[in-house]
Design a protein around this ligand. Sequence first.
Ligand code: HEC
Ligand code: HEC
Length: 334
Amino acid sequence: MCVLSLLLFSCTKEDYIQFHVDNPEIKIAIPLDFPEVNQAFYKNKPTQYGVQLGKKLFNDKRLSTDNSISCASCHLQTSAYADNNKQAIGVNNAIGLRNTPPLQNLAFMDFYNWDGSKLSLEKQAIVPIITPEEMNASIGEVIEKLKDDPEYTELLIKAFGDEKMTPDRIYKSIAQFEYTLISNNSKYDKVMQGMAVFKENEKRGYAIFKNKCVSCHSTALFTDQSFRNIGFPINENSNEAGRARVTGNMEDYMSFRVPSLRNIEYTAPYGSFGQFNSLKELLDYLDKGVIASDNLDPIFKNNNNRIPLNDDEKLDLIAFMKTLSDKTFTHQEE
Ligand code: HEC
Ligand code: HEC
């Protein structure tokens, strides 16, 4: 039996088929108050080396056609794996259709992307790789570039038992890494666990939130994962139709998945194409009144197309939303 470092250079195929690397499943500490995980998780549980491989791919610029950007170029950890551009900026500074969302608690989501076009993370990863305004590559091209890199060979063997780099293994390992991105260590969480207390303004903000926001931004994820049109300023790009892009149904026109509000402090600008520079701007808009339409969400329709908020309430709401910031998530150690 040979050891792994030798294995890569001097062993025959038979040798490493017999070679056993311990690749333990990573224990994902699932917060008790979180919803059920996506069923795809059970078919692709994160393992030590699967996650390492996924993380390496996530940070590798060679996934883009000109080796200029990685997943992490748009999904920055310090911004809760979002970025601070209005719309995503891809290879050759191409401007994408939409704002980059944070990557957090994705294991618990049933739909991915603003319009819910993908139902599992394993199926999502190909999208940025081939989207012209993002990485503009193909999976074959990526595999050609990476397959002979010894660091990948080693991780592939450890994670999947042999050195073959396949599309499926790329998607699976990236998804495994994404499953580990769990944010539940905010002040809000500590308050819920009785380990901290809200300041007065945060407490008032929470009360307003429960009154005016929680019908959509609900559960411990701060989204009910429904698709709704809430009359935000419209992206004039002819490729945009919101959820209707997926369903073809005009009732879903310009409906978007309710976004989580966790780590919202770090993910400005806001809205599906970065319409709002700040939380204050967004709340001013909700207060002034949103764009009317046939499929405007009833919560707005039945309230004169607005969520009335005075200036003090806005400040309190913002103070509350900032309790959803999780610095151990955005600044955690390697
Ligand atoms: C050019 C910037 C950019 C790059 C590079 C990029 N993304 Fe994204 N990502 C986005 C944008 C924009 C969206 C929203 C897409 C949509 O809704 O149509 C998104 C959405 C996602 C989502 C869905 C999140 C959710 O809340 O549903 C995941 C997961 C994701 N990206 C992972 C990746 C991975 C993995 C890579 C690398 C293979 C990657 N991204 C590369 C900009 C980028
Ligand atoms: C009827 C459901 C609904 C209600 C009520 C609602 N929201 Fe939202 N919220 C959404 C949807 C859907 C979006 C995304 C809309 C879009 O981009 O077009 C959104 C977007 C946001 C965003 C931007 C998130 C991001 O990542 O870009 C913030 C912040 C926000 N809402 C806060 C609030 C607050 C605070 C309240 C209460 C005052 C509230 N919302 C009430 C459904 C709702």
